[in-house]
Write a protein that binds this ligand. Structure first.
Ligand code: SF4
Ligand code: SF4
Length: 74
C-alpha cells in the first residue's frame, strides 16, 4: 500500500455501468458519483486496488505516479 497522492485511477466511462459498488468499497472515499458519472479524487487514493478487483465489468485501472524528486539538503 502506498502514500496518498501516488496513484491515479483511470475510469472507462463507456464500460462502467454506474453500479456504485466501487464507491462503497473504497476505504478512503476517493471515488464518488457525480450524477451518473463516476469520478475519482486521486490525491485521496492510497492504491489499495480494492475497487479495481471489485468492479464487475473491469472499468477501473490503477496507475502509480512517479514520486517527485527528493531535494538533497545543501
Ligand atoms: S485503489 Fe483503493 S483507495 Fe484508490 S480509489 Fe480504489 S479503493 Fe479507493
Ligand atoms: S464498480 Fe465498476 S461498474 Fe460499478 S461504478 Fe465502479 S467502475 Fe462503474
Amino acid at each position: 500500500m502506498g502514500r496518498n497522492g501516488s496513484f491515479h485511477i483511470a475510469i472507462d466511462d463507456v464500460t462502467c455501468v454506474q453500479c456504485a459498488g466501487c464507491v462503497s468499497i473504497c476505504p478512503t472515499e476517493a471515488l464518488h458519483m457525480q450524477g451518473l458519472t463516476l469520478e475519482c479524487h486521486d490525491p485521496t487514493c492510497i492504491g489499495c486496488d480494492l475497487c479495481v478487483r471489485f468492479c464487475p465489468v473491469v472499468a477501473l485501472s490503477l496507475h502509480a505516479l512517479s514520486a517527485p524528486p527528493v531535494r538533497a539538503e545543501a
